[in-house]
Design a protein around this ligand. Structure first.
Ligand SMILES: [Cu+2]
Length: 171
């Protein structure tokens, strides 16, 4: 292998692994973090994890609490395993809610304080902006995809690998 071919191979491998999580000793990748602050939205509204990987919701909201409620989009009923609450945090410490999901699938969640579920035409349910709540980039809701698809897993935003996002505190 020529040195230029080797350099190209290293580059390709680096690109392939740039988006993947740190792998723990047990072979399950490290946590994926989802952050929120006083803007009342989830900073990483769509993330992908492998089955069993830890998902950590991190409050950088210095003002108020958020719920993280899994729901069935066909009925609006709460559905596990996502079911958490994070209290307001301080700028030198964060509160978190962590969950692991073992079964592959698409898991919807929303904050019941800052969004509400609205029935769509046909009966399906979707999170909607709760009237009177400020700071939205749309309804406070998100999706976790539990998958082994490497293309999806490599699409996570860079902030999902950091427990605390610098400069993101607010409330
Ligand atoms: Cu909220």
């Amino acid at each position: 292998m020529s040195s230029s071919t080797f350099a190209a191979s290293v580059l390709i491998v680096s690109v392939l692994f740039a988006g993947s999580s740190v792998t723990a000793a047990n072979g399950v990748p490290g946590p994926v973090y989802i952050h929120m602050n006083g803007g009342n939205h989830f900073l990483e509204p769509v993330v992908a994890v492998v089955p069993g990987e830890q998902i950590v919701f991190v409050s950088q909201d210095t003002g108020g609490a958020h719920t993280i409620v899994g729901f069935d989009p066909t009925t609006g009923q709460p559905i596990g395993p996502i079911n958490g609450l994070v209290q307001a945090s301080k700028s030198d410490a964060v509160t978190t809610y962590a969950v692991r999901i073992s079964r592959a699938g698409v898991y919807n969640y929303y904050c019941s304080i800052h969004a509400s579920l609205a029935k769509m035409l046909g009966g399906a349910v979707q999170p909607a902006v709760r009237p009177g709540v400020d700071g939205f980039k749309g309804a406070m809701a998100g999706v976790v995809i539990v998958t082994t698809d490497s293309a999806l897993l490599q699409g996570n935003p860079a902030t999902s690998r950091e427990k605390v996002v610098p400069g993101y505190f607010g409330g």
